[in-house]
Design a protein around this ligand. Structure first.
Ligand code: PAF
Length: 289
């Protein structure tokens, strides 16, 4: 695995390979890698000639009260993991290389689709977050010239926003959203899980449990969507320090979903102690009227 820090050096190396007809699969990360990230790298290895992983804790996607400074930075351990799964390139740029003097966040959300995608759910509680995400992902796509981009389904709103951005800008890259990887007991893997104390780790389990139960109840048609959602919200609240949202939405538009004939997703964001965790489960379309 080759580690590169300078954007222009990575572009040059990958340009050479692309000139030989090779296709680049790209996995953007902020490091503190877990099995979820590694599953993306394995998919990138399988489906492309070259895999590139970036590790960059992107300041523009964190709010002033968020965990940018304390976000785990464990490059040595991450490199070992990436070598084990066989990544070809690791790109870990400095902040100055990604955001040189005079940088001015250029991307703004405009148009009918954005209000829900980029202002609802997580965006409502993290203003500016998705603007920072699409800014860095667009820059990284330009630097890597990837033909496939690998994202985790746990960040389902992020995947929807990036997918929309790629369509809007007509970028020539295919988005591959890979399934959430869970601990044995069901907790969705997250770099932020390492912040949890033993008691918080125990309580965090309520998130996936509640979402799985909600999915089962929706599939069994055990009540109205509003009623089942309210009950799940109540359950979740008992173990969480704060619940930001728990919703059932259309998997594509992220608009509140009442219709059973479309693929839906139940998703939640909560605080356990000071740690903000998100999770979601897909609810396949049902043929029961
Ligand atoms: O999902 C993440 O870790 C980040 O939002 C991403 C996509 C690497 C952009 O910084």
């Amino acid at each position: 695995m080759r580690t590169i820090r300078k954007p222009e050096e990575l572009t040059k190396a990958l340009d050479k390979l692309r000139a030989q007809g090779k296709c680049v699969g790209f996995v953007p990360t902020m490091g503190a890698l877990h099995e979820g990230h590694l599953s993306l790298v394995r998919a990138a290895n399988r489906e492309n000639d070259i895999s590139v992983v970036s590790i960059f804790v992107n300041p523009t996607q964190f709010g002033p009260q968020e965990d940018y400074t304390k976000y785990p930075r464990v490059l040595g351990a991450d490199r070992k993991k990436l070598r084990t799964v066989g990544a070809d390139y690791l790109f870990c740029p400095s902040t100055a290389a990604m955001y040189p003097e005079g940088f001015n966040k250029p991307l703004k959300f405009a148009g009918a689709k954005w209000p829900r995608l980029a202002r609802g759910l997580c965006a409502k509680f993290r203003p500016g977050h998705f603007q920072g995400v699409v800014t860095v992902v667009t820059k990284l796509l330009r630097i890597t010239g990837a033909c496939r981009l690998y994202l985790g389904a746990k960040d389902c709103q992020q995947a929807a926003v990036i997918g929309q951005l790629i369509r809007d800008l007509g970028l020539d890259v295919r988005v591959r959203v890979m399934p959430t990887v869970r601990e044995k007991d069901g907790l969705a893997m997250s770099s932020r899980n390492r912040y949890l104390s033993a008691d918080e780790r125990r309580r965090a389990l309520t998130i996936s449990r509640t979402l799985f139960r909600l999915r089962r109840d929706l599939q069994r048609n055990a009540g109205t969507v509003a009623g089942l959602r309210a009950r799940a919200f109540h359950e979740l609240k008992k173990d969480m320090d704060r619940v930001q949202y728990l919703e059932v939405v259309d998997a594509e538009t992220l608009h509140p979903a009442r219709r059973r004939g479309r693929k839906r997703v139940a998703l939640a964001a909560c605080f356990v102690g000071k740690t903000r965790l998100i999770d979601n489960v897909i609810i396949p379309p049902s043929r029961i009227p």
